[in-house]
Design a binder for this molecule. Structure first.
Ligand code: ZN
Length: 236
């Protein structure tokens, strides 16, 4: 190998090393602790991609851009593979990151409780009393385990964290689907870290959409509409 090639390889290795630190950090935004699904706590590998999910959002990044080594088990592989096989409608909606950030900043701050939203609705099920699980064409609803299917948590049982947060009734509507501010805020974080000015919605399925930011693809599950919704940003 010539000296020239050596330098080039070293430079490209160095670049991959830097990128992998960035993408490892971003994947960790999308992991989630879940008492029912231990495997979501850390990112995992399926074939040529690394994934991270909290059951509401999912990030997919080429494996070579990360340091993730944990291989997904068979069940995880099947659930994840389905999500990507079944994406139906291709889209090409570009949204300006600065505009999203501006809209996020218009949302008022409220007391944070660790288990409910501003209306007293359970955070886990968004007050729907049920939680949904999708697999292939199957969709099942279970009583929410956090509020025992009540949808609400009584004031005296609520846990205040002492922090102020964005009002969770304020939502983003994109191509007819509603998304929580937290999801959009994460997209802004990812875009800024990757130095991208725009995010691109590349496809949608029945209750979710796929966003591309540089080499990362991010799947967001939409929120079921309620009468308390306030739409702060409406796109298409
Ligand atoms: Zn609940």
């Amino acid at each position: 190998m010539s000296t020239k090639t050596n330098i080039k390889t070293e430079k490209s290795n160095e670049l991959y090393k830097l990128l992998s630190i960035v993408y490892d950090d971003l994947l960790n935004i999308y992991t989630g602790y879940n008492i029912f699904r231990e495997w979501m706590k850390t990112p995992f590998i399926i074939d040529d991609f690394a994934y991270a999910t909290d059951a509401h959002m999912l990030m997919k990044v080429p494996k070579k851009l990360t340091n993730v080594t944990k291989e997904a088990n068979k069940n995880t592989r099947e659930s994840i593979k389905y999500l990507f096989d079944n994406i139906q409608l291709p889209l090409n909606i570009k949204i300006n990151v600065a505009e999203l950030e501006k809209q996020i900043n218009t949302i008022p701050l409220v007391n944070e409780y660790s288990d409910i939203d501003i209306k007293g609705n359970c955070n886990e099920c968004d007050g729907d009393s049920t939680v949904r699980w999708e697999y292939k064409d199957y969709r099942e609803y279970f009583d929410c385990p956090k509020c025992n299917g009540q949808g609400r948590i009584e004031e005296k049982h609520r846990r205040k964290t002492g922090k102020k947060i964005k009002n969770k009734n304020h939502l983003f509507k994109i191509d007819g689907m509603l998304f929580l501010e937290k999801y959009i805020n994460n997209l802004v974080k990812v875009a800024k870290k990757l130095d991208e000015k725009e995010i691109v919605i590349i496809s949608k399925m029945q209750s979710s959409m796929m966003v591309k930011i540089k080499d990362a693809e991010i799947l967001l599950i939409s929120k079921i509409p309620t009468e308390n919704d306030i739409v702060v940003f409406h796109y298409a």
